[in-house]
Design a protein around this ligand. Structure first.
Ligand SMILES: Nc1ncnc2c1ncn2[C@@H]1O[C@H](COP(=O)(O)OP(=O)(O)OP(=O)(O)O)[C@@H](O)[C@H]1O
Ligand SMILES: [K+]
Ligand SMILES: [Mg+2]
Length: 677
C-alpha cells in the first residue's frame, strides 16, 4: 500500500486533541446523534444524581458502589467519543496540510485584451487565467493553450512533474499545483469553494460526512436492540419486586449498559471515518462514504485494456509490408499518417522511424488536413494537399475504408494481422486511398501480477470484464494472459454503458475506471466510477472517485478497502453482540446473588463477590472499546474470499471470540477488583 500519507495511528498531538474532543463531545446535543451511547450518558447522569443526593434515593449505603458505577459509565462514553475524535482528528490533520497548500494566491486573469491580477478566490467558472513558470495554478480548470510541466506533489504527494497541455486527455489542472516550466492559459472550471481541494478538505474534515445507507441500517438495528433491552430491564424491576427480590437501580443500569450494543455503538462512526481515511491515504479521493461502501459490494468490474491491464505505452515495434509493397514505402506512409497524431501510438511510429534510420519527407504533410484518431472510427491519418488520403488504424476499419473506395485487400493482410494479434499485439493497417501497404505492429505489455489480482477478485466473487476497442483476437490473447473472466472487443464508448446497464439490470453493482471525456457517461452510470486525476474535467466530474496517482488498476485496491470497511463493521458488530450476550450470563447470576445471598450456587465463574462481578462486567464493557480502537481504525486483516465463506469465518472468529472474551476478561478484572472491595 501507499504509505506516503500514512501517519501513525496514535501520534502524540492527535491523541491530545482527541482527548480534549472526547470531553467536548459529552454535550447532549452531540451525544444524541449516537443513541446507544446517549443511553449510557443518561444512565451515568442518573447514577450521578444518586451519588450526589443519596438521601432522595435512599442510597446512602451504596455510595461507593454508585460512585464507581458512575465513573465507569462516564469512561464508557469518553472512550467511545475518543474513538470518533481520533478518527476525525486524522482527517483534520490532513485537511490542515491541504489548507496550507491552498493558501491565498494571486491569479493573472485575462480581462479584455489585458491581464489583471486578482486574488484567486475571486475567480469564477469560465474565467481565463495565464499561469507562468513558478506560479501556482489558482483554480481547477482545463488548459486551453500551451504546454507546461506541473508539480502536483502538493496534492498527489508525487514529486515527478507531469506534462499538461491543451487538447486531449491531459488537459485538466488542479488548483494549488505549481507550473514549473513554460506558460499555459487555463479556463477555470469551478467557482470559489467548490474546487477540488475545497471538496477534499471538506471530505477529510468530515464536514460533509453523511451516514451511508449501510451505516443507517446498522444504526437502526442498534437502536432497536437498545429499546428492546431498555424495556426488558425496566420491566425486570417490578417483576423482581413481585417475587420479593429487591434490585437496585444502579445494578439494573449496569445490566442495561452491558446488554445494549455499546461496543459497536461506540466504534461505528470511527470505523466509517477511518474507512474514508484509508482511501484518502491511498491517494484516492472519494466523493462520498457511500462510494467507498459501494466499492465493498461490487459484483462486476469493467476495465479497459490499454493502460489498465497493459502498461498503455503501445509502441510500434515492427512494420510489416504486405501485398508486394516494400518496407521503405510502407514505413513512409505509416510515418506520414502519424505526423500529427499526438497519441502515444502515433508518436511511437515516428520514434520507430528514427530508431530504424528510415527517412521520410515530412513536408509532404504540409497543407494537408489532419484526421485525428477517434475511438468511433478507430483510424487516424491525413488528407494530403494533392488529394491522397493516408490512414492507419484497426485492421477491420481500414479494410472497410479501402473497400468503400473500390480497393482490393491483399491476401496476406489477414494472416499478418492475426499473427500480431495472437501474440497480444495490436495490428494497425496502413493504407493510402484504395491500397493497403502494410501493418504496424504495436506492442504493449500486460502489467505484472495482473493474473494474481484477477484471481483475488474472483475469490471475492467479483466478475471482471475487459472492454477494449481492440480486435477480438488481440483482446482474447490479452484476456487470457491477464486472466480476466470475460472480454468485449471492438467496443465503442457507448458499449461500456451498455455493459454496465446490463449488469445493473441483473441487480449487480458495477465498478469502472476511465479518464477520457468519452468515458464520462459510463463513469456516471457505474456504481463506483474511478476517474484518473490526469484525465479530463468531464471524467472527473462524472466519477464518484478520483485517483490522484492516475493508476487505473487502483480500482482493485479501492474495492479491497471497501470490502475491508464492510468486513470491519460486520466483524465488530458480531463481536459486540456476542459479547453482550456473554455479559448477560455473567451478570445475571451476580444480580440474583446480590439480592438473595443464598444463591451462591449460581457463581459458576467463581467471581470474588456479587458486587465485584457486576463491576467487573461493567469495566470490561468499557475497556473493550479502547482495546478495539486499533482494529476499528486499521480495519480487520483482509483476505480475499467469497462473501458466504467470509461470513462463516467471521461468525466463527468474532462470534465465538465475542462469547469467550468476556468470561476471560471479567474473570481477570474480578481478580484485580476483588482486592479493593
Ligand atoms: N493513434 C491511432 N491511430 C489509429 N488507430 C488507432 C490509434 N490508436 C488506436 N488505434 C486503433 O483503434 C482501436 C481502438 O482504440 P481505443 O483507444 O478506442 O481502444 P483501445 O485502446 O484498443 O482499448 P482500450 O479501451 O482498452 O483502451 C485500437 O485497438 C487500434 O486498433
Ligand atoms: K454493551
Ligand atoms: Mg484506449
Amino acid at each position: 500500500m501507499n504509505e506516503k500519507r500514512n501517519k501513525s495511528l496514535f501520534s502524540g498531538p492527535l491523541v491530545a486533541q482527541a482527548l480534549k474532543a472526547s470531553v467536548v463531545k459529552l454535550s447532549p446535543a452531540a451525544m444524541v446523534k449516537n443513541p446507544v451511547m446517549f443511553v449510557v450518558e443518561i444512565s451515568a447522569f442518573v447514577v450521578l444524581l444518586m451519588t450526589l443526593f443519596p438521601g432522595y434515593f435512599n442510597a446512602e449505603d451504596s455510595l461507593g458502589f454508585n460512585l464507581t458505577v458512575f465513573l465507569i459509565l462516564l469512561f464508557t462514553v469518553l472512550f467511545a467519543n475518543f474513538a470518533e475524535a481520533l478518527a476525525e482528528g486524522r482527517g483534520k490533520a490532513q485537511a490542515d496540510t491541504l489548507k496550507r497548500t491552498k493558501g491565498e494566491s494571486m491569479a493573472n486573469k485575462i480581462v479584455g485584451s489585458g491581464i489583471r491580477t486578482v486574488p484567486s478566490n475571486e475567480l469564477r467558472k469560465g474565467d481565463i487565467v495565464v499561469v507562468s513558470q513558478g506560479e501556482m495554478i489558482p483554480g481547477d480548470g482545463e488548459v486551453i493553450e500551451g504546454l507546461a510541466s506541473v508539480d502536483e506533489s502538493a496534492i498527489t504527494g508525487e514529486s515527478a512533474p507531469v506534462i499538461k497541455e491543451a487538447g486531449g486527455d491531459f488537459s485538466s489542472v488542479t488548483g494549488g499545483t505549481r507550473v514549473i516550466s513554460d506558460r499555459i492559459k487555463v479556463k477555470i472550471a469551478s467557482d470559489p469553494g467548490e474546487t477540488f481541494i475545497d471538496r477534499m478538505i471538506a471530505l477529510v474534515e468530515g464536514a460533509e460526512r453523511q451516514k451511508t445507507p449501510n451505516e443507517i441500517a446498522l444504526n437502526t438495528l442498534l437502536i432497536s436492540l437498545t429499546i428492546i433491552f431498555l424495556i426488558v430491564v425496566v420491566t425486570l424491576r417490578p417483576i423482581a419486586t413481585y417475587v420479593g427480590v429487591d434490585l437496585e437501580i444502579p445494578v439494573l443500569i449496569t445490566l442495561l449498559v452491558c446488554l445494549i450494543p455499546t461496543t459497536i455503538g461506540g466504534l461505528l462512526s470511527a470505523i466509517g471515518i477511518a474507512g474514508m481515511d484509508r482511501v484518502t491515504q491511498f491517494n484516492v479521493l472519494a466523493m462520498s462514504g457511500k462510494a467507498v461502501e459501494a466499492a465493498g459490494d461490487i459484483n462486476t468490474m469493467i476495465l479497459d485494456k490499454t493502460g489498465t491491464i497493459t502498461y498503455g505505452n503501445r509502441m510500434a515495434s515492427d512494420i510489416v509490408p504486405i501485398g508486394g509493397a516494400s518496407l521503405d514505402e510502407t514505413a513512409v506512409w505509416a510515418a506520414i499518417s502519424s505526423i500529427q497524431d499526438e497519441t502515444p501510438e502515433g508518436r511511437s511510429v515516428i520514434e520507430w522511424m528514427k530508431h530504424n534510420s528510415k527517412a521520410y519527407d515530412a513536408t509532404l504533410g504540409d497543407g494537408g488536413s489532419f484526421v485525428e484518431f477517434k475511438a468511433e472510427t478507430r483510424m487516424s491519418g491525413i488528407d494530403l494537399k494533392d488529394g491522397r488520403q493516408v490512414r492507419k488504424g484497426a485492421v477491420d476499419s481500414v479494410r472497410k475504408w479501402v473497400i468503400a473506395q473500390g480497393g482490393a485487400i491483399p491476401q496476406d493482410l489477414e494472416g499478418q494481422a492475426d499473427r500480431i494479434a495472437s501474440e497480444g499485439g495490436t495490428p494497425l493497417a496502413v493504407a493510402v486511398g484504395n491500397r493497403v501497404f502494410g501493418v504496424i505492429y504495436l506492442k504493449d505489455t500486460v502489467k505484472p501480477g495482473m493474473r494474481e489480482r484477477f484471481g483475488q477478485l474472483r475469490e471475492m466473487g467479483i466478475k471482471t470484464i475487459m472492454c477494449t476497442g481492440d480486435n477480438p483476437l488481440t483482446a482474447a490473447t490479452i484476456a487470457r494472459e491477464a486472466g480476466v473472466d470475460d472480454f468485449i472487443a471492438e467496443s465503442k464508448p457507448e458499449d461500456k454503458i451498455a455493459v454496465i446497464r446490463r449488469e445493473q439490470a441483473e441487480g449487480k453493482l458495477v465498478a469502472m475506471t476511465g479518464d477520457g471525456t468519452n468515458d464520462a457517461p459510463a463513469l456516471a452510470q457505474a456504481d463506483v466510477g474511478l476517474a484518473m486525476n490526469s484525465g479530463t474535467m468531464a471524467a472527473k466530474e462524472a466519477a464518484n472517485m478520483v485517483d490522484l496517482d492516475s493508476d487505473p488498476s487502483k480500482i482493485i485496491e479501492v474495492v479491497a478497502i471497501g470490502k475491508q470497511l464492510l468486513m470491519t463493521r460486520g466483524a465488530l458488530t458480531t463481536f459486540s453482540i456476542a459479547n453482550d450476550i456473554a455479559k448477560y450470563f455473567a451478570i445475571i447470576p451476580a444480580m440474583f446473588m446480590l439480592a438473595i445471598p443464598e444463591m451462591e450456587a449460581l457463581n459458576i465463574m467463581n467471581l470474588g463477590s456479587p458486587l465485584s462481578a457486576v463491576l467487573s462486567a461493567l469495566v470490561f464493557n468499557a475497556i473493550i472499546i479502547p482495546l478495539l480502537i486499533p482494529l476499528a481504525m486499521k480495519g480487520v486483516a483482509y483476505r480475499p474470499m467469497h462473501a458466504s465463506r467470509l461470513l462463516s469465518r467471521n461468525l466463527l472468529v468474532f462470534g465465538l471470540g465475542g462469547v469467550i472474551a468476556p468470561f476471560i476478561g471479567i474473570k481477570i478484572i474480578d481478580l484485580i477488583v476483588h482486592v479493593w472491595i
